[in-house]
Design a protein around this ligand. Structure first.
Ligand SMILES: Cc1ncc(C[n+]2csc(CCOP(=O)(O)OP(=O)(O)O)c2C)c(N)n1
Ligand SMILES: [Mg+2]
Length: 892
């Protein structure tokens, strides 16, 4: 065993090493740490030149980054803060235990907050500054599963009542309850950031910190030293999003950003890295990304022991112990720790000889020691030029003892037996009798108690309470009719795509006096794809560094202009990062009281399909703005094939309740939708946001027909009526997006070749129609005695004669889901199936959505109704050049 820990490689003398260490100590003492660091740096360089092959390591030893001698004085009253923290611990636990007594399996988490309590409390008492008239406030992303702790603190602060606590996770109780996790949708005056889908909040926090700088550099807000704090779990860092943008944070020198990773070494099922060390792994990842890393591993009780560890043997042993073993040590007795940890070397045993077993059992970890945590936070807020991550070692379920402290099952622990409750009560000194405590009552000391007074005073000194959400932006005033007018007039025969039309609108909005500066265009390396490169020059690409090089295309009109006050967020190839920017910009009305209007345009297939969970979080956060799905439509995007051609996104947009989804065909439709969207979101302050698909197929944009504005917004309107309305053969055809043109062609074929008079409807939003239909049905069901309401679809088609046929560039399910409110059977054509690399015409043939298939579907419906003969169908199939034996696109 001794050999394992030997510090004598190749027979080198202990003495020699000791001499080197001592001379470093003396330099440290006489000249300070900078000089010592310089010497080490020079030594390393010298060693390399001398041919010494030093192994690469981004790690520092398994020790606290801030040595005890450099710790600042703790400014608070540790005793009172401990009592406050204990009360919060108790109430957080009571909330979960009580909820699960009332309703078995209602859930909730005890052990996450139990491990995070000190990390949160030091923040609440000394660091998190609230939003005030004068100061914008710090932004805090709380670890979602620790929500009971945040509620329990708000309870002590007098912000949350006992009935509310009682209704934790039971929001439907009279008077309301508390949401399971941080959800601004459910608690819009309290929570700001939904953090519980793990991995989202670290990424959102990075882009939030970056967006704060963007606002400053664009002079939309004053520069301040406000911080963004993000509290994460160590298990959470396995989500790829968690670490996915850490290089951006360093590149952007976001010293306004602080990550605190609660390293309890456990996740839900067991250890995060049983056979390794998650802390060291994270340290090297963050240091490699050039973050300032502060490790808070060992509590003050370790300081004297570490001081005796002059030859670094203990730190070495700490560095060689794997997390699975550490977890075991945490739940074990002092005797076990002595034998199995210190017992690996006689010299280690000697270090702890004076300490009784009981003391060994209670050697605290850094994340549970307020002094260590305070030192780390202070260093973090004072650090300049880089973001900081604090890796704090804690124990999952700290204080739960037999009920789960450090155990693999602790994450799921929701019930404690009487003994366990009493033990917890005694350990944290909660003033409840043996009898009372088994009832797990909530406990708040009187208003004039030292604890409540202290806690209030601390929060007052820090500007007020946190978290607190308030929508504070001033409504936009103008109606912007003039701005959007030109897009209602059509393109006079010029072929343009809806993407080009949208970009034209964007360009114009950017010049608008009122909203121009508020627009935030966001692109994930697709500006050229969407013809937006002219904006590079006109409004510039945001770069905190300005432009430190002469761009290769500087002599061209549309050169790649980066600027400190650039307006475009050119995010590079990260839809997740772009979405995080969208969320920061679209929620600035609450976070900063600024009405920024984000327009995030992306390849539509890489939107919902890839980052739907971020979109869901955006919805929860009441984010405002416009998502633009570019190059959309399974058959409208030609050539790109299976992974690019989007026939899905409008279906994937359905579940997001406050998202309005539109599939417009013409420029004027987009114009009406965006103008109205700005009104709803930024004038009327509605908590909605928009998804609009735009396409790259060029065609002439017609002028807006009269009286269709409402129809565009509600989801459908008659675009072109049939000419021969007295024809016996009648049809109603529905189309959206670029497929509307196929429908219009079919209308002509049907009229000229088959004598069928068809009306054509532009369906701008099946989702709007669907929601309206359901809402109407619901109202009628709940109000049987009143005059039934009529769904909008039914109203539109009340007097519309003939068979019904819909064609979409998305799944058939979109038209099908509104067919129940149509007066007759609906035939739907859509693009279910995998895409192909092909041209538009071939794709529309393959998916059976072109004018020929729409014609055939219409004739077939008429045949089923007995309006045309079989022979007409047979002939049509032949004349239209349709192969009845072609493969089924859904299965091929
Ligand atoms: C994306 C996602 N996947 C899974 C979960 C379910 N889940 C909730 S907490 C948890 C374990 C958390 O471990 P860690 O991040 O280490 O936090 P700790 O509770 O240990 O502080 C899991 C798997 C989730 N909330 N989000
Ligand atoms: Mg954990």
């Amino acid at each position: 065993m001794d050999n394992e820990l030997s510090t004598q490689p190749h027979g080198m003398e202990d003495v020699e090493i000791q001499e080197w260490l001592e001379s470093l100590d003396s330099v440290l003492e006489s000249s300070g740490s900078e000089v010592a660091a310089e010497i080490l740096e020079r030594l390393r360089a010298h060693a390399t030149v001398s041919g010494i092959d030093l192994p690469f390591t981004a790690n520092t030893p398994y020790a606290n980054t801030i040595p005890a001698r450099l710790e600042p004085l703790f400014p608070g009253d540790q005793q009172i803060e401990r009592r406050i923290k204990s009360l919060i611990r108790w109430n957080a636990l009571a909330m979960v235990v009580r909820a699960n007594r009332v309703e078995h399996n209602i859930g909730g988490h005890i052990s996450t907050y139990a491990s995070a309590a000190t990390l949160f409390e030091v923040g609440f008492n000394h660091f998190f500054r609230a939003r005030t008239e004068e100061f914008e406030g710090d932004i805090v992303y709380f670890q979602g599963h620790a929500a009971p702790g945040v509620y329990a603190r708000a309870f002590l602060e007098g912000r949350i009542s006992v009935p509310q606590l009682e209704n934790f996770r039971r929001e439907l109780k009279p008077g309301g309850g508390l949401s399971s996790y941080p959800h601004p949708w459910l608690m819009p005056d309290f929570w700001e950031f939904p953090t519980v889908s793990m991995g989202l909040s670290p990424l959102m926090a990075i882009y939030q910190a970056r967006f704060n700088r963007y606002l400053e550099n664009r002079r939309l807000k004053r520069a301040t030293d406000a911080k963004v704090w993000a509290f994460l779990g160590d298990g959470e860092t396995d989500e790829p999003e968690s670490l996915g943008a850490i290089t951006l944070a360093a590149r952007e020198r976001l010293d306004n950003l602080i990550f605190v990773i609660n390293c309890n070494l456990q996740r839900l099922d067991g250890p995060v890295r049983g056979n390794g060390q998650i802390i060291q792994e994270l340290e090297s990842a963050f240091r490699g990304a050039r973050w300032n890393v502060i490790k808070v591993l060992w509590g003050s009780e370790w300081d004297p022991i570490l001081e005796r560890d002059t030859d670094g043997l203990l730190v070495k042993q700490m560095g060689e112990t794997v997390d699975g073993e550490y977890q075991k040590l945490v739940v074990s007795s002092g005797a076990y720790v002595r034998e199995h940890f210190f017992g690996k070397d006689a010299r280690l045993l000697q270090l702890v000889e004076p300490l009784p077993d009981e003391a060994l059992r209670h050697l605290r970890l850094g994340g549970h020691d307020p002094r260590k945590v305070y030192a780390a936070y202070k260093a973090a807020v004072e650090h300049k030029g880089r973001p900081t991550v604090i890796l704090a070692r804690t124990i999952k379920g700290y204080g739960l003892g037999e009920a789960g402290e450090g155990k693999n099952v602790t994450h799921q622990q929701k019930k404690l037996n009487e003994d366990e409750l009493r033990e917890f009560r005694s350990r944290f000194g909660i003033p409840l009798s043996d009898e009372d405590c088994t009832e797990v009552p909530f406990y708040r000391p009187p208003e004039d108690s030292v604890e409540v007074q202290y806690l209030r005073a601390r929060r007052e000194a820090l500007g007020g309470y946190v978290p607190k959400r308030s929508a504070r932006s001033k409504p936009i005033i103008a109606a912007h009719d003039e701005l959007f007018k030109e897009f209602l007039e059509g393109s006079e025969g010029r072929e343009v795509s809806t993407t080009m039309a949208f970009v034209g609108m964007l360009r114009k909005m950017l010049k608008d006096e009122e909203i121009g500066k508020l627009i935030v265009p966001i692109v994930p390396d697709e500006a050229r794809t969407f013809g937006m490169e002219s904006l590079f020059r006109t409004v510039g690409i945001y770069s905190s560094l300005g432009q430190r090089y002469e761009p290769v295309d500087v002599n061209t009109l549309l050169y790649y202009k980066e600027a400190k006050d650039g307006q475009i967020l050119e995010e590079g190839i990260t839809e997740a990062g772009s979405m995080a920017s969208f969320i920061a910009a679209g929620s600035a009305y609450a976070t900063h009281g600024i009405n920024t209007i984000p327009f995030f345009i992306f390849y539509s297939m890489f939107g919902f399909q890839r980052i739907a969970d971020f979109i869901w979080a955006a919805a929860d956060m009441r984010t405002r703005g416009f998502l633009l799905g570019g190059t959309s439509g399974r058959t409208t995007l030609s050539g790109e094939g299976l992974q690019h051609q989007d026939g899905n996104s409008h279906v994937l947009a359905l579940p997001v309740p406050n998202l309005k989804a539109y599939d417009p065909a013409f420029a004027y439709e987009i114009s009406v939708i965006i103008q109205d969207g700005i009104r709803r979101m930024y004038k009327d302050g509605e908590s909605v946001f928009y998804y609009i698909t735009v396409m790259n197929e060029p065609y002439a944009m017609p002028p807006m027909p009269v009286d269709v504005r409402e129809g565009i917004l509600r989801g459908m309107y008659r675009f072109r009526a049939a000419v021969h309305t007295r024809s016996k053969l009648r049809a109603q055809l529905f189309g959206s997006g670029a497929i509307l043109n196929e429908v219009l062609r079919a209308q002509e074929i049907l009229e000229t070749k088959y004598g069928v008079a068809a009306d054509v409807w532009s369906v701008t939003s099946y989702k709007e129609l669907y929601n309206n239909g359901n809402e109407t049905d619901r109202w009628n069901r709940l109000h049987p005695g009143e005059k039934p309401r009529v769904p909008y679809v039914s109203k539109c088609l009340a007097d519309a004669p003939g068979v019904l046929v819909a064609a979409s560039d998305y799944l058939k399910t979109l038209p099908n889901m509104v067919s129940k409110w149509m007066p007759r059977r609906l035939a739907s054509l859509g693009t279910d199936g995998f895409g192909r690399s092909e041209g538009r015409a071939a794709l529309r043939d393959f998916f059976e959505v072109d004018s020929r298939y729409i014609t055939l579907a219409t004739l077939h419906e008429l045949f089923v109704d007995g309006k045309v003969e079989r022979t007409v169908l047979d002939k049509a199939i032949k004349d239209l050049g349709i192969n009845p034996e072609k493969s089924n696109p859904v299965t091929s």
